[in-house]
Design a binder for this molecule. Structure first.
Ligand code: AMP
Length: 582
């Protein structure tokens, strides 16, 4: 894509956001015109009207549970216009790691179109600050298993639906982000083999690679942790021009072997660079000298990986990718030079109709015992251009693929505006994780607590590879359990101190109060063997999750007994906090 057309993309974005309120009205009108004859809109008596006021008056706010029966009918082969005028082409499976089980979500070409608009828009802004020339991208992307629903629709992850589309390849070419790996690698049925081949293909084309990316940052960190284990084997393959025997899938072997020929000088160069590195610091720019940046979602549940990613990326900038979900895209990162932890996402006002439920934390109120979501006081939803800077909201989506006033369950904060469209910061999923009685802690709280306690490990040159949590109510009173996988073994003393810091860093008043009165027992830190979180990942992949969309579950309940078993079987040490000991 030439500079001229990238400027065109920016101009288009500026035009769409200049009067975002108008773009929103037009977008809603289009959605409702396309789908006016559907059973769903009829049922609520919209009667062909397409203005926001009638829409909001007739159609209720819903969660995924409410739509499930409709989506299930489509999956079962009902071809009447249930949710959309045009038929749904396939079903997306959300990752399921955030909510415990994968959800069925309708998918169609409109979602591919908006995905491409999102990719182009954020690329145009990125390219303005970090221009790249002709080249390729080392993308750690993975298709997942495809299943057929009872009605014959393909059911797979949203990313797989996108990677399989024709437009994806075209757009990647346009934005100089062609994947170094052939399709057989992306869609290989064994992610370990695909990962090895991604690394190998990336090295074969090392001079051409300008971007290192993945959907979520976890996949890049995961890839380089693997690289630390397999780099010598990769060098051997390149030196001899023969693919390792670990690649057993015939289609993958054939496709990658075509790219391999003996190249001792490249192998020598990789080898000498690797042995000179100190603890793999800066491995990315060392091996990919023309790479300009590292790109992927680094916000939200990906934040804990950014430290390790910085380590591997050395001097290269990290750029946080856009904000979206299987339900649809939301916003583009149009300020790419902002550090990842501060990234915000400008909502694209023509890809859906967005509403925002204002959320306020109740003051002095206590949480109902049975609550499974963070309790906020909710107000009437407001439109895209009515949100206020500094306030928090839950996003509600109406899109071209049959979602109407659908509560996404994500909490965002308005960081500012780009023209008249808001720039959103991702705060957390609304679902509450840690709660025993009146205490309430979210994924974000857990993340901050772990970050605080992990500081103690720095002196020991240790890091937390991954973590999750659990509430143990088998003892009376119940207590929080935090599972840690560490980069190597360590003595008990520092971990005992870590368990104290973990306990003390949960500052939620309900927790602190309950700890003081003994209504919640001492926090327990359980250290698990190296590789335990890889086993959890494999477990989810086996269930049909995609590595591209993988998010480590940060809370494991009793109902998730397979994962709990993996964790408990691998515990090497338990450390109880003495922080609140009387
Ligand atoms: P999935 O369930 O696999 O469709 O994942 C979608 C979810 O991932 C969203 O609802 C968010 O909670 C999270 N997510 C997606 N993009 C971002 C982002 N840029 N920053 C933080 N979280 C994100």
């Amino acid at each position: 894509m030439r500079v001229v057309s990238l400027e065109g993309v920016i101009d288009e974005f500026e035009a769409l956001t200049k009067d975002a309120g108008r773009t929103q009205r037009e977008t809603l009108q289009k959605i409702l015109e396309q789908n006016g004859e559907t059973e769903y809109l009829h049922k609520f008596g919209l009667g062909g009207r397409t203005d926001p006021e009638s829409y909001k008056a007739c159609i209720p706010l819903v969660t995924h549970c409410d739509l499930e029966p409709y989506i299930q009918r489509i999956a079962d082969g009902d071809t009447s216009p249930v949710l959309t005028g045009k038929p749904i082409s396939s079903i997306s499976l959300s990752s399921g790691t955030t909510q415990g089980r994968p959800k069925f979500i309708p998918f169609n070409d409109e979602l591919v179109r908006s995905t491409m608009q999102m990719y182009r828009t954020s690329f145009a802004f990125r390219n303005r600050e970090y221009p790249i020339g002709n080249g390729k991208a080392l993308q750690f992307i993975y298709g997942s298993k495809q299943a057929k629903t009872k009605g014959g629709l393909i059911a797979t992850t949203a990313t797989t639906n996108v990677y399989r589309s024709e437009q994806f390849k075209r757009t990647m070419k346009d934005i100089q982000s062609q994947c170094t790996s052939p399709d057989e690698v992306i869609f290989g049925s064994d992610f370990q083999q695909s990962l090895y081949c991604h690394l190998l293909c990336g090295l074969i084309y090392s001079d051409e690679v300008q971007i290192i990316s993945s959907t979520f940052a976890h996949s890049i960190v995961h890839a380089f942790r693997t690289f630390e284990q397999v780099w010598e084997e990769l060098c051997t393959d390149i030196r001899e021009g023969v693919l390792s025997s670990r690649i057993t899938l015939p289609s993958v072997r054939e496709a990658v072997s075509k790219l391999l020929s003996p190249n001792p000088s490249l192998a020598d160069s990789i080898w000498s660079k690797c042995v000179r590195l100190s603890n793999w610091y800066g491995v990315i720019p060392a091996l990919w000298p023309n790479a300009k940046y590292v790109y992927g979602i680094m916000t939200g549940s990906m934040e804990p990986y950014s430290k390790k990613l910085r380590h591997y990326a050395g001097r290269l900038p990290l750029m946080s990718a856009d904000y979206g979900s299987s339900e649809g895209w939301i916003g583009a990162n149009v300020n790419p030079s902002v550090p990842p932890e501060l990234s915000s996402f400008a909502v694209l006002p023509n890809i859906g109709y967005f509403e925002f439920i204002p959320l306020e934390k109740p003051k002095g109120q206590q949480l109902a015992k049975t609550a499974s979501t963070v309790h906020y006081t909710e107000y009437e939803p407001v439109g895209l251009t009515q949100v206020e800077v500094g306030k928090e909201y839950e996003i509600v989506i109406t899109n071209f693929a049959g979602l109407y006033r659908y509560r996404l369950g994500d909490v965002v904060r308005v960081a500012g505006f780009h023209n008249s469209t808001p720039e959103l910061q991702f705060i957390c999923r609304r679902s509450l994780m840690l709660s025993i009685n009146i205490d309430k802690n979210t994924e974000k709280d857990l993340q901050m607590v772990v970050q605080e306690a992990a500081k103690l490990l720095a002196a020991e040159k240790l890091e937390v590879v991954d973590f999750t949590s659990h509430v143990d109510t088998s003892t009376e009173p119940g207590h929080y359990v935090i599972f840690w996988e560490l980069s190597s073994d360590t003595t008990g003393e520092v971990l005992r101190s870590c368990s104290d810091i973990l306990d003390l860093s949960f500052v939620d008043a309900g927790y602190v109060g309950s700890r003081k009165t003994g209504a919640i027992g001492a926090l327990e830190l359980r250290v698990v063997r190296r590789g335990t979180f890889e086993k959890i990942l494999e477990h989810y992949i086996g269930l049909g999750a995609a590595l591209s969309q993988y998010k480590t579950p940060r809370f494991v309940g009793l109902s998730n007994n397979k994962v709990l078993q993996i964790l408990c079987r691998n515990v090497t040490g338990c450390y109880f906090s003495t922080a609140y000991a009387v």
